[in-house]
Design a protein around this ligand. Structure first.
Ligand code: BYC
Length: 330
């Protein structure tokens, strides 16, 4: 199986013989594709890895609203504006389902927000790049949502029940997002030469960051081997990246656009496209907080959290009052 072939830099995965009885029973459930539910026994590492991945995924959905939200007021037609507004609202919804899934593991929403704002929790590298033109909204839908679907469809079968179930609805909505992005690209590519140039420019800027969304190469991935043994991840980073390239190249050809990679070539023997090395130093800089928009994104989230304080306090006051009334009536 592919899981065993992944070369990762993390701790070696324990064999069944090395496990204590409780852990062995847990691993056997996973191996038999039985879902793990919140009240089931689970190793601490499994719980922590899920909290890390699900909360980072939730933060990505929330922060991911910012680059696209930037274009809601400037969408070229009323129809495009309504579609973009709906898409951005969907991303907020995805964030909420995912925060709820993470809460079942014993972390609160406030703790997760605190981890995001303090920089302890990451969010996807892709959202630290700017959206300079309307074509970027097309490129995000086509490439970023396309990459997200490639990563998330297998997660519908992941071992943790609440995460797997949240992914089902998210994937349905992401498919619509991808189609709307490709539709924007089609319109631009069939428009004036200037519009086609805008589409090419957006592809040139988003291609490599989109490939980096899948995470570092397998031999630099710290968590892959253990996460795959636990079926928190079902495919390795490189495997999904390759699938994405294979799927997307013909889509670019259909648009009449050129993928900005001189090393991109169909490899008959492998049955896949070969593609050029990515600049992983750029990826590590971005996830360290030094991408083009990291500061702006975090400032926006901090401001939203501070601006929402009065509302959260109001909700708590209302809940306390309701509880006091209920207690008095008992
Ligand atoms: N960006 O050992 P690895 C969306 C970190 S939202 C930032 O391979 P793992 C959408 C990684 O966290 C898309 N950091 O990690 C929303 C780890 O650092 P820590 C989000 C990244 O977890 C709105 C270190 O690098 N999707 O689709 O096994 C609009 C080593 O990596 C990234 C998800 O979150 C990155 N790209 O694999 C449109 C999906 N990649 O945590 C669209 C769920 C790696 O030790 N997540 N890192 O400090 C996953 O599938 C996995 O977490 C990843 C990484 C494949 C992303």
């Amino acid at each position: 199986m592919y899981a065993q072939e992944v070369k990762s830099t993390g701790k070696p995965v324990k064999s069944l013989e090395e496990m204590a009885p409780e852990e062995r029973a847990f691993q056997q459930k996973i191996d038999a594709d039985v879902k793990i539910e919140p009240k089931d026994w689970m190793p601490e590492g499994y719980r922590k890895t899920l909290i890390r991945q699900i909360s980072q995924h939730a933060h990505s959905e929330i922060v991911g609203q910012l680059p696209e939200g930037n274009w809601i007021t400037r969408a070229p037609t009323l129809e495009r504006k309504a579609i973009l507004l709906a898409k951005v609202q969907d991303e907020a919804g995805h964030g909420l389902y995912l925060y709820c899934a993470a809460e079942t593991l014993g972390i609160s929403r406030d703790q997760m927000t605190e981890q995001l704002l303090s920089g302890k929790a990451k969010y996807s590298s892709i959202f630290n790049y700017p959206t300079l033109t309307w074509a970027d909204i097309g490129a995000i839908g086509w490439l970023v949502d396309g990459a997200a679907i490639m990563n998330q469809v297998p997660l519908q079968r992941c071992s943790y029940g609440p995460y797997a179930r949240a992914m089902i609805r998210i994937c349905k909505e992401e498919s619509f997002h991808q189609r709307q992005g490709y539709d924007i690209m089609m319109k631009l590519c069939r428009g004036t030469p200037e519009q086609k140039e805008m589409a090419q420019d957006a592809l040139d800027r988003w291609w490599r960051p989109a490939l980096m969304m899948f995470g570092p190469p397998d031999d630099q991935s710290v968590h892959s081997a253990q996460s795959m043994a636990w079926k928190i991840k079902l495919n390795s980073n490189d495997e999904l990246r390759q699938k994405f390239v294979d799927q997307t190249v013909p889509q670019a050809e259909y648009l009449g656009l050129k993928i900005p990679d001189p090393d991109l070539k169909w490899n008959e023997a492998r049955g896949h496209y070969d593609f050029g090395e990515l600049d992983w130093s750029e990826f590590y800089e971005v996830i360290k907080g030094n991408g083009p928009c990291n500061r702006e994104r975090m400032e926006a989230r901090r401001k939203a959290w501070e601006d929402g304080a009065w509302f959260r306090e109001g909700l708590m006051a209302h809940a306390r009052k309701k509880e006091a009334r209920r207690m008095a009536a008992e």
